[in-house]
Design a protein around this ligand. Structure first.
Ligand code: F6P
Length: 500
């Protein structure tokens, strides 16, 4: 946590001293058995790493699926455990879900219906009836946990697409709760959203919230367009709100950021330097330019497209052979879903093929890492990279781009950024913008980034850093809680005094 983090008092004041309950599918810490011992791990992914520092500063309760095999061995009889384990700052309440429920709700509806639809890949949608049933039941289980945990007048903050139905379930039981939700992935246009067979039910669920947050203005407009087509809903574009079933939901863009100071400090740490010395030696990176990619193995991230651009570069501009090494840090993700399995195999085999094609006795074109890296190891890669390649085919925001920028504490590197990311709206001017499917243009941009004069790199990075520090995760939090306060105050003013 860093100096920008709000104090507990600041947040409590914005929330008028109401309890905060965060609800997400993924938990910030999971407990696993390893050789009979219980170990703690932090799942990869933007959501949990963005919100954990916030919760550490604010306190409260975080409700999430207990997905670790030792999770329920370390909780109390109500499923609660204090985290972070080394110095507990808030309560994690774990929701147990059966294998069948996880199969249908998480691997099924969330990640084979909502994920591809929101990322405009409707050909991947696999909408089985039982997925929807399990999604409903899991949303009920989360809603029941909220009702059990929340004190009077709570602020309940749902995260993401796994929990579209829970807000209405909670509101029905607890009308005193202020429900808000942040949708971390893109919100698509109405035509695309209708690829979800239950699109109207999903909207009804979300309109149980008092506030819905998305990353960008464009997603906000898309949401309002979808809501306008829901029978019984009235959209007011001036106030960006929707009235449905007698209840008003405000919709607002809040671009998510990272804990920029924390990333900068990690990049400056001795541990990062030690990691780099060892990693750089092992892979012969001392005398080459380094390009970096960091992501979960997800078909939305454009990894094969990036490898194609690199291959084009080494093929058509052989001077870069032996001069540029690409480091891909990849994390296996959602591995039970066939589309993800295919992607994993494709990435691994493409890496092997490209390495076979170009490697020499003393140079390997692609260094591919699936092993877990410590935070300082990742910070070292960000710090030392000359280029960071972000080539998502669609991405709600993309926090890797922002982590890279925050970690540039030495000779400034260059961000090559897909125009199809939410981050491109904020960072597109000073990054080198690419279309991930334009292999030729992408290869050109890589070369241009490698040749950019140092004053140009420095100027661009300075502006990007200003942006990433000004719009960090705490600014994101602050903007949302200020909006909560404004909505609540507006409602209080609009409520006629009792008895008149
Ligand atoms: O981008 C959506 C998201 O839910 C992120 O918030 C999170 O970082 C990532 O996907 C991780 O996915 P999962 O929880 O399925 O591993």
């Amino acid at each position: 946590m860093t100096g920008n983090a709000p104090t507990t008092e600041q947040v409590s004041s914005l929330l008028d001293d109401r309890d905060l309950v965060v609800v997400s599918n993924r938990e910030p810490y999971s407990h696993e058995y390893e050789d009979g011992e219980v170990t703690v791990s932090r799942p990869a992914g933007g959501l949990t790493s963005a919100l954990d520092p916030v919760m550490q500063s604010v306190g409260g309760t975080w409700i999430a699926w207990g997905s670790g095999d030792a999770d329920h061995a370390v909780t109390d009889e109500d499923g609660r455990v204090g985290v972070p384990p080394e110095s507990p700052a808030y309560t994690l309440r774990r929701v147990p879900l059966s294998d069948e429920r996880v199969e249908g709700y998480y691997y099924g509806y969330s990640n084979q219906v909502l994920w591809p639809v929101c990322h405009l890949d409707t050909a991947k949608v696999n909408a089985r009836d039982e997925f929807w049933q399990q999604y409903r039941e899991a949303n009920r289980a989360f809603a029941d946990a909220v009702c059990g945990e929340a004190g009077d007048d709570p602020v309940v903050w749902f995260q993401d697409y796994h929990l579209a139905l829970a807000p209405r379930f909670v509101k029905a039981n607890r009308p005193d709760a202020f429900c808000m939700q942040f949708w971390h992935i893109p919100w698509p246009s109405r035509d695309v959203f209708r690829a979800c067979p239950q699109y109207e039910r999903l909207l009804e669920g979300l309109l149980g919230n008092d506030l819905v947050g998305v990353h960008t203005d464009a997603y906000c407009r898309n949401f309002l367009d979808c809501a306008a087509a829901l029978p019984g809903a009235t959209v007011d574009r001036a106030t960006r709100s929707v009235v449905y079933d007698g209840h008003r939901t405000f919709v607002r863009p809040f671009p998510l950021g990272v804990d920029a100071e924390h990333h900068r400090d990690l990049a400056r740490s001795d541990a990062a330097s030690r990691f780099w010395r060892e990693f750089g030696d092992r892979h012969g990176l001392a005398d080459v330019a380094v390009a970096l990619g960091v992501e979960r193995l997800d078909y939305t991230k454009g990894i094969p497209e990036r490898l194609a651009a690199l291959e084009r570069l080494w093929e058509t501009r052989p001077a870069w052979r032996g001069e540029l090494t690409y480091v891909q840090k990849a994390s296996v993700s959602r591995g039970e879903i066939p589309a993800y399995q295919r992607l994993q195999e494709r990435v691994r085999s493409e890496v092997e093929r490209i390495n076979d094609r170009f490697a020499t006795d003393d140079w390997q074109p692609v260094v591919y890492v699936e092993d877990h890296l410590p935070q300082t190891g990742l910070a070292a890669l960000y710090r030392e990279a000359d280029l960071c390649l972000v080539s998502a085919l669609r991405d709600g925001m993309n926090l890797v781009a922002k982590e890279f920028i925050a970690s540039q504490v030495q000779d400034p590197g260059v961000l090559v950024l897909s125009e199809l990311t939410g981050a491109s709206e904020e960072l597109g001017e000073e990054a080198l913008t690419i279309h991930p499917r334009d292999t030729h243009g992408f290869a050109d941009a890589i070369e241009r980034g490698l040749r950019l004069p140092s004053d140009d790199r420095g100027r661009r990075m300075c502006e990007l850093q200003r942006q990433v520090h000004a719009s960090d995760v705490y600014a994101w939090l602050d903007a949302q809680f200020r909006t909560v306060r404004a909505i609540r105050r507006g409602r209080q003013r609009a409520t006629p005094p009792r008895g008149r």
